[in-house]
Design a protein around this ligand. Structure first.
Ligand code: NAX
Ligand code: ADP
Ligand code: MG
Length: 273
């Protein structure tokens, strides 16, 4: 098992060159939010933009458009409908704040078939996959799954220890050629060949919305052409590092994921040192 620290991340982090344009940093697409969970859509979108993506399009229910335009003017909108044209997008993240209704099930299945690379599944996208285990064989290669332990057990059966989950994660990542990020205090990442354990983050992240931000960050790094395993590692590391930096002004109790997202810039500066 490899420990994720600054040294590891510096081996592949690509600092921005001066003569670049937004096209160099990819176009991310986030399928997120539902009427009662637009916060998740906003958090994921903000984090995606703060993680360096060139362009972001956010897919939300049409009636919820004002929340995105009012809070995140940098994001473009694509209203939720049955058929989605994925061709403009370099990476797709699905799940935060979605629902598990029939329309969401269709969107998840269509995405598995149409998005051939750089896909992240989180939250209700994982819960939908858990209800349709035959879809595992349709996952695009190196799809990133980001379950917390409860979502993990819905996907792969009940486990009684974190160690047992890690073992299953390793096996399932090999079987389905995917990357599993098992979230928690020391997040574990595996692609079925190599495994990693994160060293950043604190219990201030134990509050709703933290995982939604991580999904936005991973989608941003995939869009920026990082190989999926590197996108997984740097995202988990930066997300935790930004939370650790947030402790200089907030406590574990008072910390909001919005504060953490605002500190992503300081976390980037630390890995660029
Ligand atoms: N502002 C918003 O709109 C928010 C929307 N959210 C969305 O709400 C939906 C439901 O997500 P939830 O994850 O809350 O629901 P779940 O019912 O899937 O999971 C919540 C439960 O999982 C368990 N759990 C989580 N992390 C654990 C850990 N490290 N160790 C042990 N047990 C752990 C806990 O029992 C926790 O109560 C998702 O779509 C999510 O994106 C949430 O992120 C909260 C904020
Ligand atoms: N005690 C902790 N220490 C470090 N990281 C934590 C801790 N608690 C939660 N996290 C991180 O916060 C995130 C929580 O994700 P998740 O449960 O999906 O949140 P949500 O669905 O509410 O957005 C994960 O990245 C997890 O690793
Ligand atoms: Mg979550």
């Amino acid at each position: 098992m490899t420990i994720i620290d600054n040294n590891l991340v510096q081996t592949f982090y690509k600092k921005r060159k001066p003569n670049t344009h937004k096209g160099d940093f990819g176009h991310a697409f986030l399928i997120v939010g539902s009427p009662n969970k637009m916060g998740a859509a906003l958090i994921a979108s903000k984090a995606c933009l703060r993680a360096g993506v060139g362009l972001l399009t956010t897919n939300v229910p049409k009636e919820e458009k004002t929340s995105v335009t009012n809070f995140i003017p940098e994001a473009m909108l694509y209203f939720r409908e049955n058929s989605i044209d994925f061709t403009p997008f370099n990476a797709v993240g699905i799940g935060p704040g979605l629902e598990q209704n029939e329309a969401s099930q269709k969107i998840v299945y269509t995405s598995l078939l149409k998005v051939r690379k750089n896909l992240v599944l989180d939250a209700d996208a994982l819960n939908i996959l858990a209800q349709n285990p035959d879809w595992f064989s349709q996952l695009p290669k190196q799809t990133i799954l980001t379950p917390h332990p409860k979502e993990f057990d819905r996907l792969f059966g009940t486990h009684t220890s974190e160690e047992a989950r890690r073992e299953t994660a390793h096996k399932k990542a090999t079987q389905w050629n995917c990357i599993i990020i098992l979230k928690g205090h020391q997040t574990f990442i595996t692609n079925g060949i190599d495994s990693y354990e994160n060293t950043t983050g604190n219990s201030g992240l134990a509050k709703g919305g933290s995982g939604d931000a991580l999904t936005g960050i991973i989608t941003a790094f995939l869009a920026q052409h990082y190989p999926p395993i590197h996108a997984a590692i740097i995202s988990v590391y930066l997300h935790g590092l930004a939370a650790d930096i947030t402790l200089s002004k907030q406590s574990e109790e008072s910390m909001l994921i919005s504060d953490v997202i605002e500190n992503l810039g300081w976390a980037f500066k630390k890995i660029a040192e």
